[in-house]
Design a protein around this ligand. Sequence first.
Ligand SMILES: CC(C)(COP(=O)(O)OP(=O)(O)OC[C@H]1O[C@@H](n2cnc3c(N)ncnc32)[C@H](O)[C@@H]1OP(=O)(O)O)[C@@H](O)C(=O)NCCC(=O)NCCSC(=O)CCC(=O)c1ccccc1C(=O)O
Length: 315
Amino acid sequence: MDLRMSRRVTVLSQHLVGEDASGAAPAGEVELQPLSGRAAASQEASTSYASATGRPSSYARVHGSASRAPARWRRIDTVAKEQLREVRYEKAEGEGIAKITINRPEKRNAFTPRTVSEMSWCFADAREDPAVGVIILTGEGPLAFCSGGDQSVRGAGGYAVGGGHILHMMCDLTIAADNAVFGQTGPKVGSFDAGYGSTQMARLVGQKKAREMWFLARLYDAQQALDMGLVNTVVPLEQLEAETLQWCREILKNSPTALRVLKSALNAAEDGQAGIQQLGGDATLLFYQSEEGNEGRQAYMDKRPPDFSRFKRLP
Ligand SMILES: CC(C)(COP(=O)(O)OP(=O)(O)OC[C@H]1O[C@@H](n2cnc3c(N)ncnc32)[C@H](O)[C@@H]1OP(=O)(O)O)[C@@H](O)C(=O)NCCC(=O)NCCSC(=O)CCC(=O)c1ccccc1C(=O)O
């Protein structure tokens, strides 16, 4: 599944696997540290605008901060004429935020082919909804975002889907809970992702670290994930939704066209001709909204030669 197909900004919240409800890390798993150091600093940086004067700058005064208040979620049970069973789909009342929640907590939100289909339908619905500007992808419950493909339904035929870790890597941004654990288990369970799961990872964390993650199949805590550039920020689990909503609202205050073209540009360098096609499509969209673009179309409709003389040839 190519999550980049969504032209809107996608934020991922929650974590791959978490500690048990008692707070103790299970034997053999990484011991999680309290939020500190770079994780705490990254949380602070996400809400502040630096100023050399020590006072809030005009930029900070104009743009301010975004609310962390809870959203009023409206649940949508049927998408693409299908009843959702393994995914919960919601939209925030009066805000451009959609939320897709993998809803199989009893299996640590492992996905089946059905889950992936339901996610695709929801992404497509959100993509087509002009009111939606940001999509949150998350997992149900405090224990896991997604533990990858459900091993009980994996067949010899195989499906072109990667694990839960790959889902978050394909999102634009990742906000991790402080109990999050990240990693690839593939080589230990007879699986691998030789597509985006490998190439996107290497782009995010570098070739050496990507090879370490895949070849050794170890697990990493949230601080380690932050340090290697795998996630954008780490917040206490109980602040995860508030932090995510604040990021969404901050993004939604910004120019949708600027965001759209930036996302296309950031993807274009890596996506070859498909990436350039998206960027080219965005340029055409903008051109069609311009006077110059309209003059050509209007002249044809008027059965006259176009007059482009009033449009400057800028250096
Ligand atoms: C994620 C864990 C580290 C969490 O550990 P913990 O919190 O202690 O919980 P557990 O007690 O282990 O799990 C609770 C319960 O959930 C079941 N479960 C967890 N994960 C899965 C899973 N991925 N598949 C099936 N079932 C799962 C677990 O068995 C428990 O059930 P009980 O009945 O209570 O025993 C830990 O759970 C863990 O390591 N999980 C496995 C992670 C993993 O290896 N994931 C697979 C990676 S490979 C992949 O994703 C490729 C895609 C794929 O395999 C696939 C699947 C389906 C169709 C097609 C494909 C394809 O190949 O294309």
